[in-house]
Every structure is written in structure tokens, then in C-alpha cells.
Design a protein around this ligand. Structure first.
Ligand code: G6Q
Length: 550
């Protein structure tokens, strides 16, 4: 099959690079780290521990040119309808545009509306925080419960956890997302209705999980405080005013956003209300400003100095040339423990696609890799074995603040030593000879050495990126999140897919709606025999057990 000039060049580069080891590149070039580090604001991005050199980089940059990346970035920022399957503009960047410049969709400037909702969020969050907006019985609202799922949950959940150090002392945040009744029961069991504000976060206001959870919470509140209390205890974040009113939330208590904000890109919009309530509006604005700084960098920096672009290109290099279809994100910061699950949605829902923008099925290259991760050092004691000695390498993003929000004793230095050691170990490895020499030094017999030396050796040459921020501030977090958003978009441009739709989540939803009544009434023979058998099985168990428990 004919390939483009940039792809042909990359295939040649892949062959040329097959036997080159990163270790040798470092030994030959002591400037390699300087050469392949980008400093931006208080973020340092060292990408030198990757399997590439200038030749590879030039070929990757040519690939970006071939896909008109520069123009495609402008298309996004300028409100072009790049979400083609939903015919929508993609303007999460407008939500953090403090430049004073207008951004138009269909000839209309969206900025005045964005500013209006931000002002409403500021006023409301301040009035809850200072106690002037009270609960129905006059008590201060101290419990913030965000009811939402997917994009209406993961962003605020991750950010509020990441910025816990900035929370008001007397405010607690809770998140109910799962339809599993346990999610509601566990939160409602901890809180006093008189002091609780429920935020129903749903772009469409049709999502069964969110509406079911909101209904349960509403009933719980009404049972405790009566119907009239709803106005003091429920607000909605949505694009669908009609459905909000139908649910019984006054639209004055609704914070609006718009179709040009995708769910997984929505924490910067009204969906971030729980963040503003927890950390205060000024800190929320600092988060937006960090993202805006990264937006400007992405939009204006030359590609060879552009952090999201370099991340994206290296990801493509591994995904499409090395055929490594997975990668790990490991923040060494307890506050960032939910970052990998947030990024899972951002990356995998955006780029887990197999239909091209020109409506052809993709058969000859791979798109989005599987992403996993967890907080270091915890995960060193679980899946790092595979990272070091598994049969395939896994590219890793390491993230750490140089200064902890909790500098206690030597904790942070030990954490720093670990992250730096892990990246070095993955790259350097340990040869069989080195492993044997170590065993010999420990006095092992030649027989034991023979038995163990292979197991104790490490191939090395395993790639990683290192991101160091000064401290985990709202601004730094905003930068980091926007950096990943733009990496994902860049990859989507090169793979020629729509990174902003999510049709893949629909089929399961449709089938669940069909199975729901069948669980109550028994199965009509419209499923495969496995599904039918399972429906009948759980139905029979429940008939006995739920009756027993009642
Ligand atoms: C994200 C997706 C998806 C969405 C949820 C919740 O990009 O669109 O995760 O956020 O399905 O949808 P609602 O906000 O409409 O309830």
C-alpha cells in the first residue's frame, strides 16, 4: 500500500533506529538532556529519555506538517466545527480565554456568555462560602455533592482532589457518579441535609445514572426538609434548561454551558462549580489561567519547542512504528492520584476511534493506546515489574512537583529520589554481566549466578517523559491538564479522526435500556443464549434474596 512521504521516511527511520540504544546516545552526547528539554512557565519537560534522535524528530515534525497541524490548531481555537460527526465547534479553550479577544461560532461571539456564567459562578460560590447563601433552615452549606458522570464528574473529582490543600476549612466535597445505589448510600449516610448543596451536573440532563441519582438525593432531602427546601439545596449545571425545569430545579439556579464544550473538556465551564466552591473562585480562575498559558504555548510555540506537540509525536512514534499500544501516566503526588483515571477518559474516549474523518474505516494503522497509571510510589510495588521486565516496553509519563504541599521530614526527597531512579532504571537497565558481577560480589556460587543472572538483568532502553512542576498550584494543574488535552488533539489530527465525539459509548446504553424491563418480567428470546441465561440467573437470585432481605 502506498504511504505518504513522511510515513515512508518514518518507516526508514524506524529501521535505522532499531539497534540504537538510548544509553549509547547519552554516552555520546552529554548535551542530550539540555537539547531535549523544554522549559515553560514553571514546568520542565525532559523528553531526552526517549528512543529518538534529530533524524527521527525531523521526520515526526514532517508528519505534523503533512497533516497541516498548524492550520488544524487554528481551526480549533477559532471555532471551526471540527467535531464533524456532531457538527459542533470545540471551544474549551474559549472558557479560559482572558485575552479580551472575541471567539466566534457561526458569526456570534461566545465570550460575553462565557463571562456572564463565570461571573454567576463567582457570585454564587462566594455567597455559599461566606454563608450568605444558606440552606433552607438557615444553616451554612458545608457539604457539596456533585452528581454527574463521565465528563460531568471526572474533571471536578480529579481537580478537587488535586487541590485539596486549597479547600475552605469548613467545606467538604463528595461525588456521586455510579448508578450503583451504594454510591448514593455511602454519601448520604455521611451528611446532614440541612448543610448540603447538591449540584446536578449533566450537559444533556438526560443521563440515566445522573437523573436517577439526583432523584434519589432529591427524595432524601424532601423527606428531611420538605418540598420547598429544594430551591436552597439544588443547583444544576447543564445546556438543557427545559429538562432542568422539568426535573424541578429553578432555572435561576442553573449554570449554563454550551454545545461547543465537550463533556470530557468541561471542567473549565460551569461543570467546575464544585471546584470553585471548594477552592474559591480566585483559585478556580488561576486554574483557568494556567490552562490559558498552555493554550497560548500550544498555539504559538514552534513545533520543535511545543510541549503537547512533542508529546503527541513521540506517542505516535511508539504507537504506529514500534507497535506499542499502551502507555502509563505516573504522578508522584498523592493529590494527583486520580489524574490517570481522568486522563483515561480524556485520551481513550477522544482517540479510541476506528473511523476516519473522511468516513473510511481504519485498517492500516493504530489509533489511541490504552492508558493506565496510578500514584508513585504505590504503583512501584504493583505493576512496575511489567514496566521493567515485561516483554514489551510501556512508555511512561512521570510527573512530580519539586516541592510538596506537605513538606514533612525527608518524605519528599525520598519521593523525588524514587521517580528519578525509576526513569533512570527504565532507560539504563542492567546487563546480564552487571547482574552476574553483583551476584558474585554478594558471594553467590557460580551455579547460583547462572540460575539468577537473567532474572536479575534489565533490558533497559525503555522510554519515559519527565514533567517537573515547581509546586502543585491551581495554575500548574491547569497547565498540565491543558497540555494533555492538546496532546490528544494533536494525535487525533495525525490519525485523522474526530477526537471530540464518543459514539462508542452508545451501544451498551441502548442494550441496557432493553434489558432493564426484561430483568423485571423475564427474558424474551432476543439475546444470545449466554445473555439470556445470565438475565434469568440474576433475576432468579434477586427474586429470592431481595424478598428475604425485605
Ligand atoms: C464526555 C462524554 C461523557 C459525558 C457523560 C455525561 O466527553 O460526553 O462522558 O460527559 O456521558 O453526560 P451528561 O453530562 O450529558 O450527563
Amino acid at each position: 500500500m502506498a504511504v505518504s512521504p513522511a510515513v515512508a521516511k518514518l518507516m526508514d527511520e524506524y529501521k535505522r533506529f532499531a539497534d540504537i540504544k538510548m544509553n549509547d546516545l547519552f554516552n555520546k552526547d552529554h548535551q542530550r538532556a539540555d537539547k531535549y528539554t523544554i522549559e515553560f512557565e514553571n514546568l520542565t519537560f525532559d523528553y531526552s529519555k526517549n528512543r529518538f534522535d534529530d533524524g527521527v524528530l525531523q521526520a515526526l515534525l514532517a508528519l505534523a506538517e503533512e497533516h497541516h497541524l498548524k492550520e488544524r490548531i487554528e481551526d480549533m481555537f477559532s471555532g471551526k466545527k471540527i467535531n464533524v460527526t456532531e457538527n459542533r465547534a470545540v471551544l474549551h479553550t474559549a472558557l479560559r480565554n482572558f485575552s479580551g479577544k472575541s471567539v466566534c461560532v457561526d458569526g456570534n461571539d461566545v465570550m460575553p456568555e462565557i463571562r456572564r456564567v463565570l461571573a454567576k459562578m463567582k457570585e454564587f460560590s462566594e455567597s455559599v462560602r461566606n454563608g450568605s447563601f444558606k440552606g433552607y433552615t438557615g444553616k451554612k452549606l458545608k457539604n457539596i455533592v456533585n452528581i454527574g458522570i463521565g465528563g460531568s464528574d471526572l474533571g471536578p473529582y480529579m481537580v478537587t482532589a488535586a487541590l485539596k490543600k486549597y479547600w475552605a476549612k469548613d467545606i467538604n466535597c463528595y461525588f456521586i457518579s455510579n448508578i450503583d445505589g451504594t454510591a448514593c448510600a455511602e454519601v448520604l449516610g455521611q451528611i446532614n441535609p440541612e448543610e448540603t448543596l447538591f449540584i446536578v451536573a449533566s450537559k444533556t440532563f438526560t443521563t440515566i445514572e445522573t437523573l436517577t441519582n439526583a432523584k434519589t438525593c432529591r427524595e432524601w432531602l424532601v423527606k428531611a426538609l420538605g418540598d420547598k427546601a429544594v430551591a436552597n439545596h439544588f443547583v444544576a449545571l447543564s445546556t438543557n434548561a427545559k429538562a432542568v425545569a422539568e426535573f424541578g430545579i429553578d432555572t435561576n439556579n442553573m449554570f449554563e454551558f454550551w454545545d461547543f464544550v465537550g463533556g470530557r473538556y468541561s471542567l473549565w465551564s460551569a461543570i467546575g462549580l464544585s471546584i470553585a466552591l471548594a477552592i474559591g473562585y480566585d483559585n478556580f480562575e488561576a486554574l483557568l489561567k494556567g490552562a490559558e498559558a498552555m493554550d497560548n504555548h500550544f498555539r504559538t510555540a514552534p513545533f520543535e519547542k511545543n510541549i503537547p506537540v512533542i508529546m503527541a509525536l513521540l506517542g505516535i512514534w511508539y504507537n504506529d512504528y514500534y507497535n506499542i499500544h499502551r502507555y502509563a501516566v505516573i504522578p508522584y503526588d498523592q493529590y494527583l492520584k486520580f489524574l490517570p483515571s481522568y486522563l483515561q477518559q480524556l485520551d481513550m474516549e477522544s482517540n479510541g476511534k476506528s473511523v476516519r474523518l473522511d468516513n473510511r474505516k481504519i485498517t492500516d494503522y493504530a489509533t489511541g493506546p490504552a492508558l493506565f497509571g496510578g500514584a508513585g510510589t504505590d504503583v512501584q510495588h504493583s505493576f512496575f515489574q511489567l514496566l521493567h521486565q515485561g516483554t514489551e516496553p510501556v512508555p511512561v509519563d512521570f510527573i512530580i512537583p519539586a516541592v510538596s504541599q506537605n513538606e514533612i521530614g525527608k518524605h519528599h526527597e525520598i519521593l523525588l529520589a524514587n521517580i528519578l531512579a525509576q526513569a533512570e532504571a527504565l532507560m539504563k537497565g542492567k546487563s546480564i554481566e552487571e547482574a552476574a558481577a553483583e551476584l558474585r560480589e554478594k558471594g553467590k556460587s557460580e551455579e547460583e549466578i547462572e540460575k539468577l543472572k537473567l532474572n536479575k538483568s534489565f533490558d533497559g532502553n525503555r522510554p519515559s517523559n519527565m514533567f517537573i512542576i515547581d509546586k502543585l498550584t491551581p495554575f500548574a494543574l491547569g497547565m498540565l491538564i491543558a497540555m494533555y488535552e492538546h496532546k490528544v488533539y494533536t494525535q487525533g489530527v495525525i490519525w485523522e479522526i474526530d477526537s471530540f465525539d464518543q459514539w462508542g459509548v452508545e451501544l451498551g446504553k441502548q442494550l441496557a435500556l432493553k434489558i432493564l424491563p426484561e430483568l423485571e418480567s423475564g427474558v424474551s428470546a432476543k439475546h444470545d443464549c449466554s445473555t439470556e441465561k445470565l438475565i434469568n440467573k440474576v433475576r432468579n437470585i434477586r427474586a429470592k434474596e431481595v424478598k428475604k432481605a425485605a
